[in-house]
Write a protein that binds this ligand. Structure first.
Ligand SMILES: [Zn+2]
Length: 414
């Protein structure tokens, strides 16, 4: 088998997909089920239709797209690969896209080499990895793995308060959400190629990362309610300023992560909405979001408890109300030895060095690991930048990652 990645075509496809966007280049904005996302999906299906390999496309009720290259034993569990093509506002070209278009090119390269898999190889494009529209990340893979039930999904509303059902209908997806969940024998293995979104590969000057575990994310919505009033008329002893309470709490979040004793603990307040948001009005309400992650579940949960306890203390002292609502708290995932071995072996076969590493961002693979032996392969991105327009992965790194992916898919599907 002589595997050759068509780097030129792959890179030009990444550029074309980036141009299907609601932001001006080089930024990419592609919110799930927006017209841009639907155009991107249609474009991708057309690429699959003209691929060298014969690919069968299927979409489920939540819009996950399965692109299947049938194996010689079509009833055997498939080997999956894939990622997402939705992008947060003002994002870059590579997050998710490298795993989707790299996955497609890996299949094409295997076909060109004359390889025929025993197990079908399936490219999976997940719906809404990004939480932008529905406030919850990995919507598609949560449903595939059964982590999010159809009933819970139907309660979701988008940022304009439109229920998920109506958004799906508007985007042209029908069918029963009950049928989205995959059985645990659907995939023999699942591998996701992704940019690192961190600086470690670049710092080590190693071009490939084989992921051994995926950090556990959790997020809290924090609603603070004080009392508003005229910024001139209400004197300081009478104030119950919601934003001042929020300011204390934001520092609690930072300190709780810093004090955990492990560099793997991170915590961020990324949203702070102030009402009424006027220069001469005391803030009466604030909405915060906190994102807390760790590779160790107990340590992460301890940080969450610390934040919740501190919130109660601040509320009492400042006589404001503070409500913390957990939005999600997922468990970390260990990658499957069979996938780690296939990726490592594939690197060795091509004489490529790799770094064993933790994924600190979470991905659809976190949920796929519940129903399939799962692993991830990272390529570097410049300075670790991601979720910003200057996100960059070099054509050489993309092609190298795609080559290692293809080799691993071949090994897993034999
Ligand atoms: Zn991603």
């Amino acid at each position: 088998m002589r595997l050759e990645i068509d780097k030129g075509r792959l890179v030009s496809e990444i550029e074309t997909l980036a141009s299907i966007s609601d932001a001006e280049a080089p930024a990419v904005t592609r919110i799930v089920f927006s017209p841009a996302d639907l155009r991107a999906r249609a474009w991708l299906k057309a690429r699959c239709a003209e691929a060298e390999a014969e690919l069968v496309v299927r979409e489920d009720a939540i819009g996950n797209t399965f692109v299947r290259w049938a194996g010689t034993d079509p009833s055997a569990p498939a080997v999956g690969t894939g990622s997402h093509i939705d992008a947060i506002p003002n994002a870059g070209k590579y997050d998710g896209v490298v795993g989707v278009l790299g996955g497609l090119e890996a299949i094409r390269a295997l076909e060109r080499s004359g390889f025929r898999p025993k197990h079908s190889i399936e490219l999976l494009v997940f719906t809404s990895e990004e939480p932008t529209r529905f406030g919850i990340g990995c919507l598609g893979s949560r449903m595939l793995s059964g982590v999010l039930s159809p009933d819970a999904a139907r309660k979701l509303k988008d940022s304009d308060d439109t229920p998920l059902d109506a958004v799906l209908e508007g985007a042209g997806f029908s069918g029963e959400l009950e049928r989205v969940r995959l059985s645990s024998d659907h995939y023999k293995a699942f591998v996701e190629l992704h940019i690192e979104q961190g600086p470690l590969l670049e710092q080590h000057q190693i071009r490939l990362g084989v992921v051994t575990s995926i950090a556990a994310p959790a997020s809290l919505r924090i609603l603070l309610e004080g009392s508003g009033g005229h910024a001139g008329a209400v004197l300081m002893p009478e104030r119950h300023d919601a934003l001042c309470a929020a300011a204390e709490l934001i520092l609690v979040v930072e300190n709780a992560a810093r004090a955990s004793g492990a560099p793997d603990t991170v915590a961020t307040v990324g949203i702070c909405e102030v009402f009424p948001g006027a220069v001469n009005s005391i803030p009466s309400r604030v909405r915060l979001s906190a994102d807390i992650r760790d590779v160790d579940l107990q340590r992460r949960d301890a940080v969450m408890r610390k934040i919740e306890d501190a919130a109660q203390g601040i509320a009492e002292r400042r006589r404001v109300s503070i409500r913390t609502e957990p939005l999600n708290a997922d468990a970390p995932a260990g990658c499957a030895p069979v996938v780690i071995d296939a990726l490592s072996e594939s690197c060795r076969k091509h004489g490529l060095k790799f770094l064993s590493m933790v994924s600190r961002a979470y991905h659809d693979s976190l949920f796929m690991s519940r129903i399939a032996p799962t692993g991830m392969l990272f390529i570097p991105c410049r300075k670790g930048y991601s979720h910003r327009p200057d996100e960059y992965a070099s054509p050489e790194d993309i092609a190298r990652g795609t080559l290692v992916l293809a080799e691993a898919l071949a090994a897993l599907s034999r």
